[in-house]
Ligand binder design. Structure first.
Ligand SMILES: O=C(O)C1=C[C@@H](OP(=O)(O)O)[C@@H](O)[C@H](O)C1
Ligand SMILES: C=C(OP(=O)(O)O)C(=O)O
Length: 676
């Protein structure tokens, strides 16, 4: 997951390959609650691992459920058997509607029958998301519920025992969120032991397919609800949650929408294949595919896969009632930028009470790209866009805003042939953690950037100038990859020393270099499976690497290996010739220096902290000798690129150097109005 304050997406031009979807949020949280209320053990396969499921799991654990999991294997839930293990609790449910609403209903009923005092709270936005219709329905049943801040909104306090009145049908409004009905359907079997319980929906029920998911999963847990249209639901007498023993969570259909759209826009030569969800899905959002087809996508499907390619281009504009696909419909709003006319999304009033006011958010951010957008109380109209402006997209802590605006990075495809695209900045990309923590990594695995558009920052400089630390910190702020080119030379030196190849055997050393199986992982360097981080820092290896680096055949062997480190979303490369030889087109080149005295002192401190004794004078002498060797070698001598910015960090803290490099980088990016 990218936990940076922003993530810049370079212009993307095509997509192909396979993505595996994370589990469905709606199914995961329903299954967890049902398993939690059942007797015995339920083994849940392919559960979604995200913020929304984490809060549900925490709540169930607090209430006394036993949850066991080995590594990434299936989760074993030992249910409560409709009896709370803890009756006093303060539960934090983040911004998960699928946790807040169903838990409110289930716990209100359990506290009424068993007694207790439970508070349910969430993030500030959760305290602005309505729950009044559900609270009203439960109060009419006899549950004691206090809204602790504002009437009709969380946080809520549930107290009991109290007497439940189950003879009359339970009335609930269905036109603000279907989750209120879902919550009652999931929870009322708790009290439908000796009589049927009837739920009547008032007002037009929205987001109906989500209620279908609820009914199907209830059936998997042994409860068959009778339904009369969308108005009246009867939970039969004698209902009891019965664990199916084991259950599989299919991939998330709303998460699939971004890749369906990606295929429709950029699956030009080959399709984007989506695994985990398909024609046999129980999720209504799979019908997003029909909307994408109406816009011109070419789609093939199997029971649990989809394959999508571009059909017509530009896409066809649509005018669609999106009430049945409220979440995935946001993706259509960005697809509409690539259409042949104006698209209208209708019947989406519920967007206003979700993670943010999504009608306002989508309109505001689409306009930042340059689009003309009109909005109404329950609709959004988007005009196509030919020339995009680089924009920093505010994401309002809404995972879907972040995910669907990533599709704006395909903007180079929208203009006339040959036009170049502009980058898109996604602010606070970690908000995708709500349902799809690895969204951007998954996206990067199937898209091709425009040629030479992956940003590169080079940091060159002499030994012990602090390049590595600076590169690591700058890369961490930007979410970029790191190439520590020095490590490649050190690894070659280490391999040569181990193989006993002498320095005059240039070709054998080059052969070793070309076969290096080196990778960087969380600040460590691996040669094959061996962690060589410390071995590479050895002084003998260091001295040898400077000599190895002077051999032209070795430099040639390592050249393409280094270029391959330029991957999405960007690269910070540190070394001695990154800006001059490897990445002459880099967007920012920094030449880092520090006086030999300062560098010797730093190296000294480093060695002392590792318990290695050394003399500052000797270290300084070594460094000066090394500088001379590096500067005077014939191949790629150490020298600043003509367009490099000089940074002497002798009297700077590392934080000051990082800030300076980031401010230089910000000056070269097109997102002028955006803070970071
Ligand atoms: O029941 C569910 O799992 C959901 C129902 C929908 O909410 P509304 O019924 O509020 O539209 C949907 O937007 C949400 O992401 C998940
Ligand atoms: C509306 C959403 O979430 P929630 O389950 O919190 O309602 C969503 O995921 O788009």
């Amino acid at each position: 997951m990218y936990s940076t304050s922003f993530l810049d997406l370079p212009p993307l031009v095509s997509a192909a390959g396979t993505v595996h979807l994370p589990g469905s949020k709606s199914i995961s949280n329903r299954v967890l609650l049902l398993a939690g209320l059942s007797d015995g053990v339920t083994v849940v396969h392919d559960l979604l691992d995200s913020d929304d499921t984490a809060v549900m799991l925490d709540a169930l654990r607090t209430l006394g459920c036993k949850l066991e999991r080995e590594d990434k294997g299936p989760l074993r839930v030992t249910g409560l058997g409709a009896w709370l293990g803890a009756t006093q609790a303060d539960l934090f449910l983040g911004n998960a509607g699928t946790a807040m609403r169903p838990l409110t209903a289930a716990l209100a009923l359990l506290v009424a029958t068993q007694g207790g005092d439970i508070t349910l709270r969430g993030v500030p936005r959760m305290h602005e998301r309505p729950i009044g219709d559900l609270v009203d329905a439960l109060r009419l049943l006899g549950c004691q519920i206090d809204c602790l801040e504002n009437e009709g909104y969380p946080p809520l306090r549930l107290t009991g025992p109290s007497t439940l009145e189950l003879d009359q049908p339970v009335q609930v409004r269905g036109d603000v969120s279907s989750q209120f009905l879902t919550a009652l359907l999931l929870a009322l079997p708790l009290v439908a032991t000796d009589r049927p319980v009837v739920i009547e929906v008032q007002g037009e029920l929205i987001s109906k397919p989500y209620v279908e998911i609820t009914l199907l999963l209830l059936a998997r847990f042994g409860i068959t609800v009778e339904r009369d249209g969308w108005q009246r639901f009867t939970i039969p007498a004698g209902s009891r949650y019965r664990s199916p023993g084991s259950i599989h969570v299919e991939g998330d259909a709303s998460s699939a929408s971004y890749f369906v759209a990606l295929g429709a826009i950029a699956g030009i030569d080959a399709p984007v294949r989506i695994e985990g969800v398909g024609s046999a899905s129980i999720q209504g959002d799979v019908r997003f595919v029909e909307a994408a087809e109406a816009m011109g996508a070419w789609v093939e499907s199997g029971p649990n896969w989809l394959q999508v390619k571009r059909g017509v281009w530009p896409l066809r504009a649509i005018d669609l009632d999106c009430n049945h696909i409220p979440d995935a419909a946001m993706t259509l709003a960005v697809m509409a930028l690539y259409a042949d006319g104006t698209s209208t999304l209708r019947n989406i009033a519920s967007w206003r009470v979700k993670e943010t006011d999504r009608i306002v958010a989508m309109a505001t951010e689409l306009r930042k790209l340059g689009a003309t957008v009109e909005e109404g109380p329950d609709w959004l109209r988007v005009h196509p866009l030919k020339t995009f402006q680089p924009a920093a997209i505010h994401t309002y802590d809404d995972h879907r805003v972040a995910m669907c605006f990533s599709l704006a990075a395909l903007n180079g495809l929208s203009g006339l042939n040959g036009s170049t695209g502009v980058p898109v900045r996604i602010l606070d990309p970690k908000c995708v953690a709500k349902t799809f923590p690895d969204y951007f990594e998954t996206l990067f695995s199937v898209v091709e950037p425009e040629r030479d558009s992956i940003p590169v920052i080079t940091i060159d400089g002499p030994s012990a100038s602090g390049k590595g630390t600076l590169a690591d910190l700058v890369a961490a702020k930007l979410g970029y990859w790191v190439l520590d080119s020095g490590a490649l030379y050190r690894a070659t030196a280490l391999a040569s020393l181990r193989a006993g190849v002498s320095l005059d055997n240039e070709h054998d050393i080059a052969a070793l270099a070309s076969q290096l199986d080196l990778h960087f992982e969380g600040g460590q360097v691996f040669l094959g499976h061996e962690d060589v981080t410390h071995a590479l820092r050895d002084e003998t290896v260091g001295a040898m690497s400077s000599k190895v680096a002077a051999l032209p055949a070795v430099r040639l062997a390592l050249h393409s290996l280094q270029l391959a480190f330029r991957r999405l979303p960007g690269l910070v490369a540190d070394g001695r010739d990154m800006g001059t030889m490897l990445f002459p087109q880099a967007g920012l080149k920094v030449f880092l220096t520090a006086s030999a005295a300062t560098r010797a002192e730093r190296r000294h401190k480093q060695l002392i902290s590792k318990g290695i004794s050394a003399s500052i004078a000797d270290l300084r002498e070594d460094l000066e000798a090394r500088d001379l060797r590096d500067q005077s070698r014939k191949v790629s001598p150490l020298k600043p690129a003509a367009d490099a910015l000089m940074l002497d960090n002798s009297s700077q803290t590392i934080e000051e150097s990082v800030d300076l490099v980031l401010s230089w980088w910000a000056d070269r990016r097109p997102f002028h109005s955006a803070g970071h």
